[in-house]
Design a protein around this ligand. Structure first.
Ligand code: LFR
Length: 481
């Protein structure tokens, strides 16, 4: 069978891309047809996404894809989670979507949790408490005129899909990140929506990865290309493309965030799990993405912004020569969540924990990568303990798989073999779910993963012998503080 072309639109917080994937039962080849920057736009003090520009960039990419492959068989869209646009009764967008790192949710989570109860919220949704979950964003917007007239809430990939097809739908993996979905039924929790004081009309019918999601509107591209629902939460698509064999693996989907966890058949809703703030997000094929959000390469990305133009490979090479574990910080401290001067925040955290303050960008970078590896260690161990799933391999997928220092330090910190790659896991997972819906490839997630193992370049990092004591000591420094 000659490979069938599909387009994977993958929007990340820092950049977006449209990839052309040629899929056959023998493998998948990816070609980038358009890449563009993404980032927050501050308007009158509020951080927004520029949704119309994202739409225009996606369209540019789809036109390039169709120009290359007029027989393009399908389009799938994924992005980061939780953020949304509101539509009025005519389907018009009521204001540019607000960025999840905006301060409008400051203090909202604790008020809502006090009202609804942390235990009840976890038991209903299975979700970790993050201040930017859609639930808290919507409560923060309750008194706004936009919410008063809004008829529908669409998460970012669904919003783009709506603009491209005229059909509004809500894909379930991303809907599971709103903290408004019932973790057992994977339907909207009408009870929770009512208790939070939110209008039920906002939450439309759900669709599953693989479902049809409309056809590109006439005139947008030179073909009538169907849109297929994929794991529209980028992390859900990335987990599809973890090239694991069997089930004794943990994954780290590593980019702006590190999403660290295991794949499970059923949610874990224990008290210990709630206290560790582990989440049960919906995966493709009814799986559970049992994971924790670790702050990720965001801390480094923001530091680079503070330092101005830097040669990243050279900086990482310098960082690799810095002394190991000289200073570590808790990257999961909420102080690192909003945009801003990360080196200053790291310096303050070092001073507060009685550790030396890094003296150069290379030393800061080493501190960030060491600290991230330490957070990976903690999350991988907790995921195993809380779920009872034994793990012998950690897969790092996404942009972070390129970061050799981070991959090696993660292997050392976890005391486990790390398999790094594919870098474009999200686009691959997106494309494979489309190809399966088209009947090009068949089978279960295991079969899709086997196809990736056969065709993708992977790199193995073995843990250094005798590293455990140093990591344990570094961990103790944070626990003490
Ligand atoms: C990763 C990600 C995470 C989500 C965060 C915010 O890109 O989707 O899974 O928690 O972004 O939406």
């Amino acid at each position: 069978m000659s490979p069938i072309p599909v387009a994977a639109v993958d929007l990340g917080a820092a950049s977006g891309r449209v990839m052309l994937a040629a899929v056959s039962p023998d493998g998948v080849a990816l070609e980038e047809v358009h890449r563009f920057d993404n980032g927050p736009v501050r308007l009158l003090g509020t951080l927004h996404w520029d949704a119309p520009r994202l739409y225009a960039e996606v369209l540019t990419g789809l036109r390039a894809a169709v120009a290359r492959r007029p027989d393009l068989a399908s389009v799938g869209i994924d992005s980061w989670a939780v953020d949304y646009g509101l539509l009025d009764r005519d389907g018009a967008l009521l204001g540019n979507p607000v960025h999840y790192r905006d301060a409008r949710t400051d203090g909202v989570m604790s008020t809502v949790v006090a009202k609804l109860g942390a235990e009840s919220l976890y038991d209903t949704t299975g979700l970790q408490l993050l201040p930017f979950n859609t639930l808290f964003q919507l409560v923060a917007a309750l008194d706004t005129p936009a919410l008063a007239v809004a008829e529908r809430m669409l998460l970012i990939p669904d919003l783009l899909s709506y603009w491209l097809t005229g059909v509004a739908g809500t894909e379930v993996t991303n809907a599971s990140t709103t903290q408004l979905l019932d973790v057992r039924t994977r339907e909207w929790s009408a009870d929770l929506i009512a208790r939070a004081g939110l209008p039920a009309r906002l939450f439309g019918d759900l669709r599953r990865p693989g479902d049809p999601a409309g056809v590109l509107l006439p005139g947008l591209v030179d073909a009538a290309v169907p849109v297929t629902a994929v794991g529209s939460h980028d992390t859900a698509s990335a987990v599809v493309a973890v090239p694991a064999e069997g089930d004794r693996f943990a994954y780290i989907s590593c980019g702006t965030w590190s999403l660290v966890g295991v794949q499970l058949p059923e949610p874990v809703l224990s008290e210990a799990s709630r206290e560790a703030n582990f989440t049960n997000e919906a995966g493709v094929d009814g799986t559970v993405r049992y994971l924790r959000n670790v702050m990720g390469l965001w801390v480094l990305q923001e530091s680079l912004r503070t330092w101005g133009p830097v040669d990243l490979p050279a900086l990482l090479a310098d960082a690799a020569r810095e002394p190991a574990l000289a200073t570590v910080v808790d990257v999961d401290d909420p102080v690192f969540l909003p945009p801003g001067d990360m080196p200053a925040r790291i310096a303050a955290a070092c001073a507060a924990t009685g550790q030396p303050v890094p003296g150069s960008p290379a030393a800061y970078t080493r501190c960030i990568v060491d600290s991230l590896a330490l957070a990976h260690r903690r999350a991988v161990r907790q995921a195993q303990e809380l779920s009872g799933r034994d793990v012998d391999t950690v897969h790092i997928v996404g942009g972070g798989a390129r970061n050799e220092l981070l991959c090696q330090l993660t292997a050392d910190a976890c005391g486990l073999r790390v398999v790094a790659g594919p870098v474009e896991a999200t686009a691959l997972g997106n494309a494979l779910v489309q190809a399966r819906a088209l009947g090009v490839v068949g089978g279960e997630l295991d079969d899709l993963r086997a196809l990736l193992r056969r065709t993708q370049e992977l790199r193995v990092y073995e843990p250094a012998a005798g590293a455990e004591a140093a990591w344990r000591e570094a961990e103790a420094r944070l626990i003490k503080s």
